[in-house]
Design a protein around this ligand. Structure first.
Ligand code: PXP
Length: 243
């Protein structure tokens, strides 16, 4: 069954909207653990719009689940990741004007820098995952630059409106997933996954990890985070039973 990584950035987004000290993403990580999360994911953005350096330090000191540190290939955050030594780092593209991570990493366009960063992270003992569009050429390039895992960008699938588009995007994800596994990398997926669309993705063969944030944090406002995580775990379990 795929593991569930809870992305806690959105908790910090609410806090930063008022530049105050609540809600606390570190407390959210503890509650996600109680709800059955398998890992905690956070993105330390260059502009520090949500997660702050202090959060990262406190997460390192308090969370016993594996940490998945999302970051761009920027020296400042790469150095912090190497010092924090999470279990895993996921390299993502970053654009200042975006609302959230909008596309997968372009391995071709940034090949030399990505190789350098992967080496630096590996030297620090960190497993490296690349956030990629479900595109075979990018996935092959990801394997060539030395990634251990690929997180497939599920945004196009999640935003597919018509049933026909949904099926097409799911087929694209399945083909890309097979490519990741055939190339010997660990398979992850994430972005835009919800209680309504998660099951078919959880059912993809060899799916190792799903990283989900917005939908779970949104539900937690009404149900509480422990329950929201439990609900998602149950759906993933059911989805995995379909494969
Ligand atoms: N995976 C990656 C690489 C992301 O950048 C994000 C968004 O922060 C997620 C997963 C989670 O996406 P969502 O918040 O839409 O569940």
């Amino acid at each position: 069954m795929p593991e569930l990584g809870i992305n806690i950035d959105h908790v910090a987004t609410v806090r930063e909207a008022r530049k105050t000290n609540e809600p606390d993403p570190v407390l959210a990580a503890a509650l996600a653990d109680l709800g059955g999360a398998d890992g905690i994911t956070f993105h330390l953005r260059e502009d520090r719009r949500h997660i702050q350096d202090r959060d990262v330090q406190l997460l390192r000191e308090t969370v016993t689940l594996p940490l998945n540190f999302e970051l761009a290939c920027e020296k400042n955050v790469v150095d912090i990741a190497c010092q924090i030594r999470p279990y895993q780092a996921t390299l993502v593209p970053e654009r200042r004007a975006e609302v959230t991570t909008e596309g997968g990493l372009d391995v071709f366009g940034n090949r030399a820098r990505i190789i350098e960063v992967i080496q630096q992270l590996h030297d620090a003992g960190i497993v490296v995952s690349l956030f990629l569009d479900p595109d075979e050429a990018q996935i092959e390039a990801g394997q060539e630059v030395g990634a251990n895992a690929v997180e497939l960008h599920t945004g196009a699938y999640a935003h597919a409106a018509a049933r026909f588009d949904f099926q097409r995007e799911l087929d694209i994800l399945r083909t890309a997933a097979a490519c990741v596994v055939d190339l010997g990398m660990v398979l992850h997926a994430g972005h835009g996954l919800t209680y309504h669309n998660v099951k078919p993705v959880a059912a993809i063969q060899h799916m190792g990890e799903l990283n989900i944030g917005h939908s779970i944090i949104a539900r937690s406002i009404t149900t509480g985070l422990v329950q929201a995580v439990r609900d998602m775990k149950r759906l993933i379990e059911r989805g995995a039973g379909l494969s």
